[in-house]
Design a binder for this molecule. Sequence first.
Ligand code: CP
Ligand code: NVA
Length: 308
Amino acid sequence: MKGSQMSSARKIFDIDDLTSEEFAEVLDFSLLRNPPKVLSNKSVALVFEKPSLRTRNSTEVAIRQLGGGVTTMADQEIGIGVRESASDIASTLCGYHDLICARVKSQVTLESFAAVSLTKGVGVVNLLSDLAHPVQALADVLTIKQVWTGIGHPKLTYVGDSNNVASSLAKAASYAGIDVTISSPAGYEFDDSTLERLNIGGGLVRKVSDPKEGVKGADFIYTDVWVSMGQEGQTERRLVDFSSYQVNSNLMALAGDAVKFMHCLPAHRDLEVSAEVIDGADSIVWAQAENRLHSMRGLLLKLFWKAN
Ligand code: CP
Ligand code: NVA
């Protein structure tokens, strides 16, 4: 039986599965460029029910940098809930691996993995679900902290769909003392009780439906795709509903003088962001993408090195 080497196996389904102190520690560990090989003789299973470029590569490389082995599986190979149940898959993986990281269509699958794996000393990390994308949010806040040179609370405005990325980003920003404004079209907004649950730290999370109003004074403007993976059937309607929420140079001009543009990627030029903005001098999307590696390594260090 593998597992149990992770000092206390845990589930990281979203940012608030870390305390604010642990969150800060992960960011500190992300800066370590030559950390101890805490995954030596350990192995991690990566399961993908949806496509990925950044998450798969950054997680695999982070594991290797920490001396670990990694096995990556696409759902087409293992057939979650079709070829066998999520709990049977988790029971099997726990015999080989010390951690399961998974990108899933539904958070319920993560719950099914964790219900089995935690009892065997094997943790579960969410690599994107319908509800959350915590490993993206770690990289985003790391990037903001590297770029921000002002005083007081940085101001981040998220323009677009109130989705998995927006939710984890808002929680991570709140922990980091970043004030967040979320600007979404009617029907795509967080309801008031959800918004309240995003306010987990010193940064204030609020919503403003008009993006022109929302970006006033922003230091960072962030957007994500209008059609997330799995929502392809809604494409026609969403392209209409989000058409006035594009981040372009007119919107950027309404923000602070030194405003930076952020996107988790993949991006669709001239839909959610104009090409001139994402490819322009104020775009920090490549720093975000690279920081996926450093922050993932930071999270793994937190889980396997300084677990308490
Ligand atoms: N941002 C992000 O998670 O990218 P991938 O979907 O390519 O992993
Ligand atoms: N909201 C997007 C993020 C992709 C990284 C999706 O879920 O497809």
